[in-house]
Design a protein around this ligand. Structure first.
Ligand code: 3HC
Length: 703
C-alpha cells in the first residue's frame, strides 16, 4: 500500500485541488498533517493559484485524526506526539488563507475530517455524506476547533447533541442547518467546488450584494461598509478583517446615518410615554370586541388589522351590497398577506373567523370600541355618533378615523365628549405602521390609554397628537405636495422633482404619490388646508386640470405616469401640455421664464416648508415632544429613518440655514415660504428645533 500522502494539482482555471490520500478512510496521519501544511503553504504563495479545493481520495473525505497516534501517546505517555493542527493548520493556513478554500466532501467527514472542512470558507457535499464529531466515544473531545466552529454553524443545541451523543448527520440535514453550502451529485462535486471557490475568489457574491445594496440602500454607508469589511477578511485574512471591522465601526457610529437611526429607535419607544396618561397609575381596560363602521378602503383595512390580531370585529355597512364589498376587501387583504408569505393559511382562516358583517346596531350592545370610517361628511358623522351613544355600552370608546374634521364637531351632538377620540390610520391600514391617536381637551386619559394599548396589540406605533386640521402628519406635510406643485408652476419638471425626492430617500416622489392617492382625494384635502391656513396655502390649478382631462391617477390608469401591469410607472409625456396650461394659469414664473434650480434646491424647496409647518405643530403643542413628529414622519410619510425624521433632519441641516433659505424664497416667491415665528426665533437664538418648547422664550412668553 502506497504511503499516506497529500497531492496538489493546479488546473488551468487557477484552482489548486489538494487531495488527502490515506486509504481506506483518509485518516489524518502525521505525514498527512505535514503534507497538508506543505501544500497549503505552496498554494498560498503560488501566483497561478487563485483558489483551493480540499478533497479526499476514493470517495471518502476523511475519517478524522489517526487514532493510531492516540495509541502511541498512550504507550509513550508523551502528549507531545500530537501535532499542532488546530491553530497552525486550521486557523493560520486554512481559515486565514487569503485565497478561498472550499472543502469538497463525500462519503464521510468525521472528527478531525469535519473539523478541517469547517475551517474552509465553504463546504460542498455529495448526497448522504456522513458528518459528525464522534471524539467523545474515544474519551477525548474534538481537538481541531470543532467545539468552536460547529456551534457557530449549526446552532448550540444541535452542536451539543452532535458532540455529546456523537450523533452524525447527513449532508442533506447539514445543508438545512447551514453546515453545508450545497449538496451536489458525486460526479459534479469537484466541478461545483472549483466554481464555488472561484466565485468567492472573484467575489461575485460581494459584487452582486454591492449592486443590490446600491439600489436598496443608496444613502446608507453602512451597507457598503459591511461588504468592504467582509471582503477585507476574505482577501487579507481574519485578523486584518477584524482590525478593519473595529475601525469602520467607529467611523460609522459617528455618522449622521447612525445618529438618525439611533434617534428613531429611542424616539419610537418614547411615544409610549404620554404625560398625564401613562404616568398616573391607570390600567388599560381590555378591548375584545370592536365595531367598524364603513367597509370602504379605510374601514376594511382597519377591520383587517384587528382580526389579524385576534380582536373580534363587527363590520357595519348601510346595505348588503356595500357590506359584501367590504368583507371581500378584508378577505383579499388577508389573502394578500398569505400570498406574500407574511401569514400562514391557518392564521388567515382564524383571522377571518373573527369577522362578522352587520347592517344594524344590534351587535353594538357589548362592543368595547367603535371606529367610524365613513366618508368625510360632518352631518353624517354627527348622526352616527349620536346613534352610537345610544347603541353602545357606556364604557365603549367612540373613535373616528377622520383625517380632517375637528373632533369637537364630530361629537357635538353627544354628551360623550370624554369618550370621543381620533384613530387616524394610514392607508393601507393593515400595512402602514403609524396610528395617530387624536385627543381633544375633553378626551379622558383612560380612553387615550386604552386606544394606545389596542394600537400596540394590532402592531401599530401609536403616537398621541392634538386636535387640529390634519393633526400632526398631514398638517406638517401639507406644504409637501403644495411646494411640489408650486415648483411646477415656477417651471420645474414634474418628473425631475419626483426623482430628486426619491434620491433624498423617500420611496416615491410627491407626484407619484398624487397619482396613487387619486386626484379627488387631493382636491378635497387641498381645500381643507386652503380653508384652515389661507395665509400660506398655495392653490395650484394642476389637479383640477388633470381631473378635467379625464385623468385620476393610478385608479383609472391615467395619471402623470402611465401604469401597465408588470412594469414600473413611466412618465407620461402627454401630460406636458396640461402642465404648460397649469403654468400659464398660475403665471408666477419670474419674467415668464422657468426658474433654474439644482436637485438639492428642489429637495430643500419642498422639505423646508414642511419643517416650517412642523415648527408650528411643535409650538402649538400638537405633539408631546419633537421626536414624536420624527417618528410620525418616518412611519406615516416614509420620511427616511436614517435621516432621523423631519425635525431631527432639520436640526442636522441647521435651523438657521432652513430659516435663511425660506426667507430668501419668501422674498422671491411669496408668503408660502414665509418662516414661522418659532423657526425664526430658534434660528436666530441658535436653539435646536427639537429642544422642548418650554425651554424657548416662545412658550415662556405664552405662560
Ligand atoms: C483532534 C480530533 O478532533 C480527534 C479525532 O479526529 S479522533 C477521530 C475521530 N474519528 C472517529 O472516531 C472515526 C473512527 N472510525 C469509524 O468510526 C469508522 O472506522 C468509519 C465510520 C470511519 C469507517 O467505518 P467502516 O467503513 O466500517 O470501516 P472500519 O472497518 O471501521 O475502518 C476501516 C479501517 O480504517 C481504520 N480507521 C478508521 N478510522 C480511523 C481513524 N480515525 N484513524 C485511524 N484509522 C482509522 C480502521 O481501523 C480500519 O482499519 P483496518 O482496515 O486496518 O482494520
Amino acid at each position: 500500500m502506497a504511503a499516506p500522502r497529500v497531492t496538489m494539482e493546479v488546473g488551468n482555471d487557477g484552482v489548486a485541488i489538494i487531495t488527502l490520500i490515506n486509504p481506506p478512510v483518509n485518516a489524518l496521519a502525521i505525514p498527512i498533517v505535514a503534507g497538508l501544511k506543505d501544500k497549503f503553504e505552496e498554494a498560498t504563495s503560488r501566483d497561478d493559484v487563485k483558489a483551493i479545493v480540499l478533497t479526499g481520495n476514493g470517495g471518502r473525505f476523511s475519517g478524522g485524526f489517526d487514532i493510531n497516534v492516540f495509541q502511541k501517546v498512550h504507550g509513550a505517555g508523551d502528549v507531545s506526539l500530537m501535532p499542532d493542527v488546530s491553530v497552525e493548520l486550521v486557523v493560520n493556513l486554512i481559515e486565514d488563507c487569503k485565497k478561498p478554500i472550499v472543502a469538497a466532501v463525500e462519503g464521510l467527514a468525521l472528527g478531525g475530517g469535519l473539523e478541517l472542512a469547517m475551517g474552509c470558507h465553504a463546504r460542498i457535499a455529495a448526497p448522504k455524506t456522513q458528518l459528525g464529531l464522534p471524539e467523545l466515544t474515544l474519551g477525548v473531545i474534538p481537538g481541531f476547533g470543532g467545539t468552536q466552529r460547529l456551534p457557530r454553524l449549526v446552532g448550540l443545541s444541535k452542536a451539543i447533541e452532535m458532540m455529546l451523543l456523537s450523533k452524525s448527520i447527513t449532508s442533506e440535514e447539514g445543508w438545512k442547518l447551514g453546515l453545508i453550502d450545497a449538496v451536489v451529485t458525486s460526479e459534479e462535486l469537484l466541478k461545483v467546488s472549483r466554481l464555488w471557490a472561484l466565485d468567492i475568489a472573484a467575489r461575485e457574491v460581494l459584487k452582486l450584494a454591492r449592486l443590490q445594496a446600491k439600489k436598496t440602500a443608496p444613502n446608507m454607508p453602512q451597507h457598503q461598509a459591511c461588504l468592504d469589511v467582509i471582503e477585507e477578511g476574505i482577501v487579507h485574512g481574519g485578523y486584518s478583517g477584524v482590525l478593519k471591522e473595529a475601525k469602520v465601526f467607529k467611523e460609522l457610529v459617528m455618522l449622521d446615518t447612525s445618529r438618525g437611526l439611533v434617534h428613531v429607535f429611542f424616539a419610537q419607544r418614547a411615544t409610549s410615554k404620554v404625560p398625564n396618561v401613562t404616568d398616573i397609575g391607570l390600567k388599560p381596560r381590555g378591548v375584545r370586541k370592536v365595531a367598524v363602521i364603513g367597509g370602504g378602503l379605510m374601514g376594511s383595512g382597519i377591520a383587517t388589522a384587528h382580526i389579524l390580531n385576534n380582536i373580534y370585529v363587527v363590520l357595519k355597512e348601510v346595505n348588503s351590497e356595500y357590506l359584501l364589498k367590504g368583507i371581500k376587501t378584508i378577505e383579499a387583504n388577508v389573502r394578500g398577506l398569505v400570498t406574500r408569505g407574511k401569514l400562514t393559511q391557518d392564521k388567515a382562516n382564524n383571522a377571518l373567523k373573527m369577522l362578522k358583517g352587520v347592517l344594524d346596531y344590534s351587535e353594538f350592545k357589548d362592543v368595547d370600541m367603535v371606529i367610524e370610517a365613513v366618508i368625510e361628511s360632518v352631518p353624517l358623522k354627527q348622526k352616527i355618533f349620536s346613534e352610537l351613544e345610544k347603541a353602545c355600552p357606556p364604557h365603549c370608546i367612540l373613535a373616528t378615523n377622520t383625517s380632517t374634521i375637528d373632533l369637537n364637531i364630530v361629537g357635538e351632538k353627544t354628551s360623550s365628549q370624554d369618550r370621543i377620540i381620533g384613530a387616524h390610520f394610514f392607508s393601507p391600514a393593515h400595512v402602514m405602521p403609524l396610528l395617530e391617536i387624536v385627543r381633544t381637551e375633553r378626551t379622558s386619559a383612560q380612553v387615550i390609554l386604552d386606544l394606545m394599548t389596542v394600537g400596540k396589540i394590532i402592531k401599530k406605533v401609536p403616537v398621541v397628537v392634538g386636535n387640529c386640521t390634519g393633526f400632526a402628519v398631514n398638517r406638517a406635510f401639507f406644504p409637501y405636495s403644495q411646494s411640489a406643485r408650486l415648483l411646477v408652476s415656477l417651471g420645474v419638471d414634474v418628473f425631475r422633482i419626483d426623482s430628486a425626492i426619491r434620491s433624498f430617500g423617500l420611496p416615491i416622489g410627491p407626484f407619484q404619490l398624487l397619482d396613487l392617492a387619486g386626484y379627488g382625494v387631493a382636491a378635497a384635502t387641498s381645500k381643507e388646508f386652503d380653508k384652515a391656513f389661507p395665509d400660506r396655502s398655495f392653490q395650484s390649478p394642476l389637479v383640477d386640470l388633470l381631473l378635467k382631462s379625464g385623468r385620476n391617477g393610478k385608479a383609472n390608469g391615467k395619471g402623470l405616469y402611465t401604469y401597465e401591469k408588470g412594469s414600473k410607472p413611466k412618465p407620461d409625456p402627454s401630460v406636458l401640455p396640461i402642465i404648460e396650461e397649469c403654468r400659464r394659469l398660475s403665471n408666477i414664473m419670474p419674467g415668464g421664464k422657468p426658474i433654474s434650480v439644482t436637485e438639492k434646491e428642489i429637495v430643500e424647496m419642498i422639505l423646508f416648508p414642511v419643517v416650517n409647518e412642523s415648527c408650528r405643530v411643535l409650538e402649538e403643542g400638537i405633539v408631546v415632544r419633537a421626536s414624536d413628529l420624527d417618528v410620525a414622519s418616518v412611519l406615516g410619510m416614509s420620511f427616511p429613518s436614517y435621516r432621523g425624521g423631519i425635525v431631527f433632519w432639520a436640526d442636522v441641516v441647521g435651523a438657521n440655514y432652513v430659516y435663511t433659505s425660506l426667507k430668501k424664497w419668501s422674498q422671491l416667491y411669496g408668503n408660502f415660504f414665509k418662516p414661522s415665528r418659532f423657526l425664526e426665533e430658534r434660528a436666530t437664538k441658535g436653539i435646536p428645533l427639537s429642544a422642548p418648547v418650554s425651554s424657548s422664550s416662545t412658550s415662556r412668553a405664552r405662560l
